[in-house]
Design a protein around this ligand. Sequence first.
Ligand code: KG4
Ligand code: ZN
Length: 347
Amino acid sequence: MIRILTLETTCDETAAAVVTDQLEVLGAMVASQDDFHRQFGGVVPEIASRAHLEQILPVIEATLCQARISLDDLDAVSVANRPGLAGALLVGLATAKAICLAMDKPLIAVNHLQGHIYACRVALAQQAAAQNDDCCDIFPCIGLIVSGGHTSLYRCAGPIDFEPLGSTIDDAAGEAFDKVASMLGLPYPGGPSIQRAAIVGNPKAHRFPRAMLDDPQRLDFSFSGLKTAVRYRIAGPGRTDFSQIQLSQQEIADLAASFQEAAVDVLIGKTVQALRKTGMSTLCIGGGVAANARFREKMAQAAEEHGFQLHIAPLNLCTDNAVMGAIAVERYRAGLFEPLDLDVFPT
Ligand code: KG4
Ligand code: ZN
């Protein structure tokens, strides 16, 4: 059995896991930094780096303890070294290198975005193991990554063979959730706050724009117009300052529900266009926004309506985690190891 320690510090979660070549998860921990960033309404890179520094060793120790193994028992160490915040990535990379150097283990580099899609593969393997079944594959597929930093579509020929098809030309979907939540006075992270507020809201109360849907040949997204439309709806047409405006709970709920509906419609619309354009019939989705209940519900409806196979990462594997770093198993099998002067690639 191959056992790999996977590390994830690309943004504001410090995470580690021990996974096997059968995609079994022997141990997994995520230390969230939400409490540190909440008062700023978004991730502060310098705070993120410092928090990673404080948390990375305790998180690794707890993960190994849960897996009931020591560093000696590992076959390799992997780390997400792209994309992400430079200072945050460096903490994970330096830690992984130190372990590899001290314990004479091979180092594996993980692309965080490929990991988000691979979370679907790990979930399938876990499901198959629980049912004593053979695991089916998710590749080739269209991959949709919807997170705080990325909103992108890929043609994924295999786990480490991604061809970009399109991405956001301005804000990421999660960023729009976070910024609109902040406009509505809802706490960070904005996605779960909007989802909660929207439960009692009317998604048809406001007709917000659904950008880019009229051009099925172009597989890009745009969310800044939607964000500005919400701002104008709060402050009044053409006005941006809403600091003096008091919204009722129902107004907040209606704005949250209408925004969420528009964002979800755009994500689903462009993804269906990608499936049509490429002729692919399997879709895999990962990233924090994929945790959104309305998104999951409407995407499942779209899969039925348009007849494609849908895999969405389970809730605990949507937001950043190290279990998705199990994609390192694929690189281990292919003999893709890195020298110890490996760098980070923030963009
Ligand atoms: O994948 P992730 O943890 O980090 C990045 O790689 O960016 O995604 C974080 C993003 C945040 O913008 C957060 O607001 C959003 O995912 N998010 C959600 C939900 N849960 C997290 N957005 C909408 N609905 C949710 N339930
Ligand atoms: Zn992510």
